[in-house]
Design a protein around this ligand. Sequence first.
Ligand code: MLT
Length: 308
Amino acid sequence: MKIVLAEKVSPATLAVFKTEADWQILTHDQITNLPESLADADGLVVRSAVQVDDALLASAPKLRVIGRAGVGVDNIDADAATRRGIVVMNTPGANAVAVAELTIALMLSLGRMLPKANATMHAGKWEKKSLQGTELRGKKFGILGLGRIGLEVARRARAFGMELIGHDPFVSAAVARENAIRLVTAEELFRESDYLTLHVGFTPQTTGIINEKTIATMKKGVRIINCARGELIIEEALAEALKSGHIAGAALDVFHQEPPKNSPFFGLENVILTPHIAGSTAEAQEAVGVQIALQVREYLKLGVVQNA
Ligand code: MLT
């Protein structure tokens, strides 16, 4: 078997493949021309940077499996892969805690204006008066998407004494109850939230779900956090609402274009921007890497399909 690891993976990830003594493993630093490397490959592992489109797949006639070390598979043309009989797998859950922790960090940072406090101190200023924040305690926290990440966020938010509401057509009433989340419609979620966080995938149904119309129904002063996918938000609409003050703040880890160029958010003081790092912890990268390596190995050796 030949496995192409097209992006950097941890040593433990590599070690999983190395247990197969007769397998050829090509790491990202050994690749000069990816299509050429894929010509005789059986397995391909990527993170989020490599775009696996139909043209790339055409250069990989033997390929049987693509492993995405992470959750979102939007960098992979899954339809094209399926047409070619290639299985696409991901690792849901492996980076849920990392994403949940960043979500909470961003929510706290919005409420206490930590980026401004830090920047003004580094500039030699003592801006105590303009830095009076707000507490999370007692605030209504709307969670759109109650999958693994949404539920990890909910568990942490409870510790701050927040009132949890959530919307997810696929979650059971029992799971919501266990996590002290009141299930509401999407409309109620937008209308009632003091803080709103997005944890749904990028699908035709969720694209642009935060737009001029839905923003207009939101409570004045709401703060929005997006550690899911940039496409969920119409960026210009959000930027306008941030400028008018209808939305008090936003913390964004993901963007339509990554890295963003000429973003409407650049320079807005009530916006915190991070470069798609929600899943980037040592622990999560280790977990997604090892998990995808195990899944790809199982598939190639035994035909076992997991998280496809
Ligand atoms: C994911 O989809 O796993 C996260 O957004 C992190 C990443 O893209 O690497």
